[in-house]
Ligand binder design. Structure first.
Ligand SMILES: Nc1ncnc2c1ncn2[C@@H]1O[C@H](COP(=O)(O)OP(=O)(O)OP(=O)(O)O)[C@@H](O)[C@H]1O
Ligand SMILES: [Mg+2]
Length: 402
């Protein structure tokens, strides 16, 4: 089967991502890819491998979330004959198979803690032992990991080792969600139309201008995968006829039980408000999490692994406690309840105010660094920059010196 190794996209965020990926491809550094479901994490991992000096050797994808915890260790590291019931012969694991190539560890956040210990050693020295053996094996596999989980939370909840996390993310590549890629949505749609027109031998009349507008406005919770699947079912089920807003809506609703997207200004305004409310709730929760992380750092000052390992220009930084950072009370048990109450009391006109406050707070918690605050808020730096301008907040510049 032909595998996607080309990243389709011309939006500034995607161009920047590709440039960074090409830079890291030349090195052997471990890479952590972060992005929502369906946003193209595996495509990016294959792109890195294909542009590395390892391209002629294997690329081995492993989904850590799909392999039962008890089996994952022997799958990754291999096992000796008789190591456990059913181990009738010795077998090499994925790390050995990926020697001189790359191993793609998807859903790394799901890796069990015991396996993480062994994995950290591989990451640091390339060494490990097969299950049931005391002989040390070496693998020169380039490690690319991916996650769509909030790893800070996994670390705070002690489900993921923080030393491993910080080692793993010496280079972190963030894939923007499709809804932030502007006209890339149409570019991707065009590519998928081309692909499925050929595959199913269908003549396609195209999208009406109104339907095209919906494609641009729709939030794409399932990202590129959702767009791809949608295009295939539109072509096949609608037999290539012109896609009107009504047809498009019908398919989107069937997929997501998504509320009306067409011709109902009241409904769509309500939807937009709902989206804004949810993002404020989410922002608040994330700021709470960041505070927790900062507090943890303040109370555990000897954490050498917290030193940023900035090896590439423009690669994301990690949080470092800021001197004189004010201590905050621990986050309330249910911050979202409080915010909901606030919304009811303060009414709609206060929405902007609330968002402005959350942003100001995030900038403050992140020592005035726009880049860190954007990461903490889960939005792109560009979006944050726009919001800072529109709320008349002081723009601290990317690293906070401006
Ligand atoms: N930039 C892109 N250009 C072309 N196709 C893409 C792009 N990004 C994603 N795709 C396609 O979208 C689908 C999902 O991509 P991929 O499997 O890489 O996403 P993912 O982030 O790994 O998803 P998951 O979180 O479910 O593991 C695939 O069919 C892939 O080929
Ligand atoms: Mg994937």
């Amino acid at each position: 089967m032909k595998r996607q190794v080309n990243i389709i996209g011309q939006s500034p965020l995607v161009i920047q991502l590709k440039q960074l990926a090409l830079q890291v491809a030349e090195t052997d550094m471990p890479v952590l890819i972060v992005g929502e479901t369906g946003s193209g994490k595996e495509v990016l991992a294959r792109f890195i491998h294909a542009h590395s000096r390892r391209a002629a050797n294997s690329f081995i994808p492993v989904n850590c979330g799909a392999i039962p915890a008890g089996i994952l260790e022997s799958e990754l590291f291999g096992h000796e004959k008789g190591a456990f019931t059913g181990a009738v012969q010795s077998r090499k694991g994925y790390f050995e198979s990926a020697d001189k190539g790359s191993i793609f560890l998807d859903e790394i956040g799901e890796m069990p803690l015991e396996t993480q210990v062994k994995f950290l050693r591989v990451l640091e020295s390339g060494e490990f032992q097969r299950v049931g053996s005391s002989e040390t094996v070496y693998s020169d596999a380039r490690i690319i990991a991916a996650t769509n989980r909030n790893m800070y939370q996994a670390v705070a909840e002690k489900n993921f080792r923080e030393d491993l996390f910080y080692r793993l993310r010496s280079v972190e590549l963030q894939i923007p969600p499709l809804r932030e890629r502007g006209r890339d949505i149409l570019l991707l749609a065009e590519n998928f139309v081309h692909e499925f027109r050929q595959k199913h031998k269908i003549a396609f009349e195209g999208f009406s201008p109104e339907a095209t507008e919906i494609l641009m406005r729709y939030p794409w919770p399932g990202n590129v995968r959702e767009l791809r699947n949608l295009i295939e079912s539109l072509l096949v089920l609608e037999k290539g006829k012109l896609i009107s807003p009504e047809i498009l809506e019908k398919h989107l609703v069937q997929r997501n039980r998504y509320k009306s997207l067409v011709h109902d200004p009241a409904k769509s305004e309500k939807h937009e408000l709902h989206v804004i409310y949810s993002s404020i709730l989410q922002l608040r929760q994330e700021v709470g999490e960041i505070r927790q992380m900062l507090q943890h750092l303040i109370h555990n000052p000897y954490q050498p692994q917290y030193q940023p390992q900035l090896l590439l220009p423009g690669s994301p930084e990690i949080f470092i406690p800021v001197a004189g950072e004010q201590e905050h009370p621990s986050p309330e048990a249910h911050p979202e309840k409080r915010v909901e109450g606030q919304i009811e009391q303060e009414g709609l006109q206060s929405l902007d105010e609330m968002e402005k406050k959350v942003i100001a707070q995030a900038l403050e918690s992140c020592g005035g660094s726009r880049r860190k605050a954007a990461r903490a808020l889960g939005i792109t730096e560009r979006t944050l920059y726009r919001k800072i301008k529109s709320y008349g907040l002081k723009d601290p510049g990317p690293a906070g010196n401006g």
